[in-house]
Design a protein around this ligand. Sequence first.
Ligand code: ATP
Ligand code: MG
Length: 424
Amino acid sequence: MQPLRGTKDILPNEIQTWQKIYRITNDILKIHNYKEIRTPIIENTELFERSIGNFTDIVNKEMYSFYDQGKRNITLRPEGTASIARALITNKLYTDKPINRLWYLGPMFRYERPQKGRQRQFHQLGIECIGSSMPIADIEVIKLATDILKQIECKEEYLLEINSIGNLQEREVYKLNLIEYLKKYEHELDTDSRNRINKNPLRILDSKYLKTQKILKNAPKLKQYLNKTSLEHFETICENLTYLKIKYTVNDHLVRGLDYYNYTAFEIKTKNLNQQNTICGGGRYDNLIKQLGGPSIPAVGWAIGLERLIILMQTNLSENIKKDRIYIAIQNLHTINILWDIINILKEYHIKFELDLSNNNLTKQIKKANQLKTKICFILGEDEIKNKSITIKWLQTRTQQTIKISNLRKYIQYLKKFNNLTEY
Ligand code: ATP
Ligand code: MG
């Protein structure tokens, strides 16, 4: 049996990396008053159609949608923001607090052609700062992305690209002019772009086709259509990024795939990874919550693709896993009560152990402990069990001693002092 195309098992030797990312994120975000939120993986299809937009790749071709037994049209979430906005409205989170700083980590689903850094089930870590239209919120959010990336230690250099895509009205005027310009070159555009002229012309700006890019060189620029408020918002962000020494470039072709953004759009990219070089994408979305039936609440956020991030991580954490643990060899007897007392003591002292579950004799079990390169083996043979004692064998020096269970706590305290036994 094979897993579904585009899905992957995350195996025990990889899980430490995921746990590390969770830990780092949780630590950094907690300091900044971001609260974790977990929303359902399934939502009404309509949620994504209404938020992401009907003319986007996600809604057009990438959604995992199906009818459930009750004939409801359901979709496995392709991204996090729409669900967060929905949860904010459903639970009226905005009534408790004017600002909701939220973060999430979980699987997302998109029907795409699987490649390196592109899966059908992948994971996003994302944050949303909901309730402020101030540029300072955009800066906080962008800074947090770079803080997290720094702490996670990527081996590749990455760069922030940023743009302002203005507000709805500004974009509408721009769109008309862009369409007018592109229509003149309609026959020279790539097929995707040609199809987008009327439906989603802004997306043509980030076309990867050279010929289309060449045509775009002389196209009207979105920036020229922005009014004072939009421009000032953007300038404040850029000035503060410079102060924070966060390197960035302004990419005036950056429009992002989703419909709901306004003002700020940004991506963090690496030089490598071929096509899949965007690790983080985000922006401001002041109209989404209202569009979904909530009050008018501005917001800004981003999402990081964790599979892409992990490819870039510096240290291979699986090598760092401390392997040492106490091996417990036990004779197969009926009465083994003291075993549970021992295990409880180990748990109390946070000491990792592995209990032999084979039906092998003690010699074989000790051999196994040797193979695993553990330093210490606890032996519970017939005599030990009868006398409520335990034999502690040091496998490297081949010395051993038998102590009473009542003295085990003291022994472990002594062990912990000069032996780096792994705590879990
Ligand atoms: P791309 O242009 O690579 O398809 P996108 O614009 O569709 O990316 P977003 O919707 O902005 O991506 O999602 C944010 C991040 O989630 C991306 O920058 C990427 O790191 C990650 N991501 C998106 N789709 C996938 C996928 N299919 N597999 C793995 N990671 C993904
Ligand atoms: Mg995509």
